[in-house]
Design a binder for this molecule. Sequence first.
Ligand code: NAD
Ligand code: UGA
Length: 434
Amino acid sequence: MKVAIIGSGYVGLTTGVCLAEIGHQVICLDNNQKKLAKLKQGQSPIFEPGLENLIAKNLKNGKLSFDDNIKSAVKNSEIIFICVNTPPKPDGQADLSFVEAVTKEIALALNHDHKIIVDKSTVPIKTAEKVKETLLHLSVDEAKFDVVSNPEFLREGTAVKDTMAPDRIVIGVDSDLARETMLKLYQPIIEKTKTPVKIVSVRSAELIKHGANTFLANKISFANLIAQVCEEADADALEVLSAIGLDERIGNQFLSPGIGFGGSCFPKDITAFKKTLEILGIDNNLIQSIQNINDQAISRFIKKIKKELWDLDGKKIAVLGLAFKANTDDIRNAPVLKIINELKKDKARIIAYDPKAMENTKKIIPDIEYAKDAYEAINQAQALIIGTDWEEFKRLDLHKVKELMIEPIIFDGRNIFDPSLVKTIGFRYFGVGR
Ligand code: NAD
Ligand code: UGA
C-alpha cells in the first residue's frame, strides 16, 4: 500500500520506517529542511535504538523516501498519517495548530480517489471531527475520504520494538472501508505478533490515548507518594511497591519511585486531559494531584541535597544522566534538568555527563561543565547525582567512584544502586523512598 506520513519526528519516523519494513511504500514528510537533509542521507535526527539502520536499509531498497511536498504525497498515497507535534498551550490545552495546518494542506490535495486520513498525533477527544469538518470545508466537492484515529503507544528508547510488536493496535473508525484498509495495512504485524486489535469509535480511540497516559502517570505518582511515606516513616519504598505490584490486578510496571516522570508526553498529555475534564465540567482533582506529587518528587530531592551539602556555593557536583529516561537523547521536560537549574541558582559547580543527551543539553544549559565520561565527571566531586537510569551507570566501579570523589555522597534520583552495598563501600547514600 502507498502511505504518506506527515511529521517525521519520533512517531512519524518510527511509523514510517516500520510500515516500510513490512512491505509498504512509504513517503515521510516534514517541513524542517535540516531534518530532511539528514534523513535523505540515511541518518536519523534522533537517537533511537535500531532506527537509523532501518532508515538506511529502506531508503536503499526504495521502500522509504523523504520529502516536503505534502500535496503531491497525498495525491499519490492511499493512506495519509498525521504525526505532527501537539505541544501544550500556555493554558494547558493541546496546541492543535500543526494538526490544523497539515489538515488544510491535505484538503487541497483531495479528489475523487478515496483517501484514509489517519490521526496518530495525540489529541483531545473530538479532534477527528474538527479534522473532518476542515477537510469537507476546504476540499473539492467530489473529494472522498475517511478520518481515522489510530493512537500511538510507543515509548522512546524502545520505539522500533514497540511499533514492530505493539501491545495492542487501536483503530477508531466509522466506516467499513476504513476498518478494512487499516487492518490490511497492519496485517503483517498482527499476523506475526498476534497483536490484539481494538476496533472502536473514533472518539473512543482518542480517549484511549489520553486515558492510558494518565493512568501510567498516576501509577508513577502513586509510587512517589508511597516513597514520601517511606521517607517520613522510615520504610523502604522498593520493598513496599514490589510487594504491592505482585497483585496481578496492579502489576509491577511503572511503580518505580524517583525524581518523577518527564518527557514530551506525560506532562503535556495529562495537562491536556485535565483541561478536557474542565471543559466537560468534570472534577479534575485526580490529575492535579498526579501533577503535585510529580513536582514534589523534584522539590523533595533538591531539599535533600541542600540539607546534606549545606552551602552549595562553589561545590563540585557530578550529575550522571540528563535525558528524561534511559536510551534516548530526548531532554524534553527531563526532571534532572530542573534539579540542575535549581542547584545553579545556589552557585553549585555542575559537571554533567550523559551517553547521548549532552549535545541537546548544551543548547539549553550552556553554562555548566560537561565531561567526556562518567569517571571524569565524578573526579574530585563533592557529591554525585544520578539523574537518568542508564545501564552504564548501574555498572560503574563504585570503589573507583569512591576513590575519585572528595566527599563520597550519592543522591540517587533513580534508585539504581543497592543502599546497603554502597554504604558498605563507604558512601553516604540518599535514594528516593529508602
Ligand atoms: P516531534 O516533535 O518529534 O515530531 C513532529 C514533527 O512534525 C517534526 O519533525 C516537525 O517538524 C513536523 N511538523 C510540524 N508541523 C509540520 C507541518 N506543518 N508540515 C510538516 N511537518 C510538520 O513529535 P513526536 O514526539 O513525534 O510526537 C508527535 C505526536 O505523537 C504528538 O502528538 C505526541 O504526543 C504523539 N506521541 C509521541 C510519542 C513519543 O514517544 N514521542 C509517543 C506516542 C505519541
Ligand atoms: C510514554 C508512554 O509509556 C508511552 O506508552 C506513550 O506512547 C508515550 O509516553 C507518549 O504518549 O508519548 P515515554 O514518554 O517514551 O512513553 O517514556 P516512559 O517510559 O513512559 O517514561 C516516562 C517518564 O516516566 C520518564 O521520565 C521515566 O523515567 C518516568 N518513569 C517511568 C518513572 O519515574 N517511574 C516508572 O516506574 C516509570
